[in-house]
Ligand binder design. Structure first.
Ligand code: ADP
Ligand code: MG
Ligand code: MG
Length: 245
């Protein structure tokens, strides 16, 4: 589903990613762990297609296509979803309008008709209920005045509605209390299927107590330096990055 080969990325003139390789197959959940500054968010931003990140070498293939040739909205249309550490607030735009616009733009990219108002409301209510979101929050402006946990819950509802092939979640677990963490984990686990994949970028082991990864990677200085099963996360927690990587 996602194949990254020898990826080198610069921000300004500085090389941040220094030959990163990663292969994610359908049906898998991967965790990428690493200390602050390892380049995890740079990887997420590069996959999202943020303009200030320059790929100087290497390839990214997603769903059989050259990802780097696609515009950010085309990447979303192909089935990519990115969850950010700090979800943005959008004053003046209701959550419902935002979700409907996002869903219809993905449908348009796939050559599908707009979703009907009735079908949309049914879908949103179902997904919000599954993630225990208070329906009143759907009418509020996107993330405005939401607590940290509510923003993450909202992000899980967005993900469930867009139903991506690949979800890449950057420190979606940071700063959450245990209830919010469990909600995020439920959202991720609900998205886990034979035809989807999830990449969790995380600092800590604790989300991995609720979402069992198939593969764990350790990232250090712009590269993946070690990969293993879920026991690698526990080993990192116990011994620290210096000893393991
Ligand atoms: P992580 O997410 O693993 O903490 P980042 O990808 O955020 O790591 O950062 C990796 C490195 O890139 C750090 O040394 C950071 O200072 C640098 N960096 C990140 N963003 C920028 C930027 N916009 N301009 C310059 N340097 C940056
Ligand atoms: Mg960081
Ligand atoms: Mg980061």
């Amino acid at each position: 589903m996602l194949t990254i080969k020898d990826l080198h990325v610069n921000i300004d003139e500085k090389e941040i990613l220094k030959g990163l390789n990663l292969e994610v197959k359908a049906g898998e959940v991967h965790a990428i762990m690493g200390l602050n500054g390892a380049g995890k968010s740079t990887l997420a931003s590069t996959i999202a297609g943020r303009g200030d990140y320059t790929v100087t070498k290497g390839t990214i293939e997603f769903m059989g296509k050259d990802l780097l040739e696609l515009e950010p909205h085309e990447r979303v249309g192909e089935g990519l979803f990115l969850g950010f550490q700090y979800p943005v607030e959008i004053p003046g735009v209701s959550n419902l309008n935002f979700l409907r616009t996002a869903l219809n733009s993905v449908r348009k990219y796939r050559g599908e008709e707009d979703v009907s108002a009735a079908d949309f409301m049914k879908l949103v209510r179902e997904k919000a209920a599954a993630l225990k979101m208070n329906p009143d929050m759907l009418k509020r402006f996107v993330n405005v005045g939401f607590s940290g946990g509510e923003k993450k819950r909202n992000e899980m509802v967005q993900m469930a509605i867009l139903d991506p092939k690949l979800a890449l979640l950057d420190e979606t677990d940071s700063g959450l209390d245990i209830d919010a963490l469990k909600t995020v984990a439920e959202g991720i686990n609900a998205q886990r299927r034979d035809d989807t994949a999830v990449v969790l970028i995380t600092h800590y082991q604790r989300l991995l107590n609720y979402v069992q990864p198939d593969v764990v990677h350790v990232m250090l200085d712009g590269k993946i330096v070690k990969s293993g099963g879920k026991e690698l996360a526990a080993e990192l927690e116990e011994k620290g990055y210096a000893e393991v990587a």
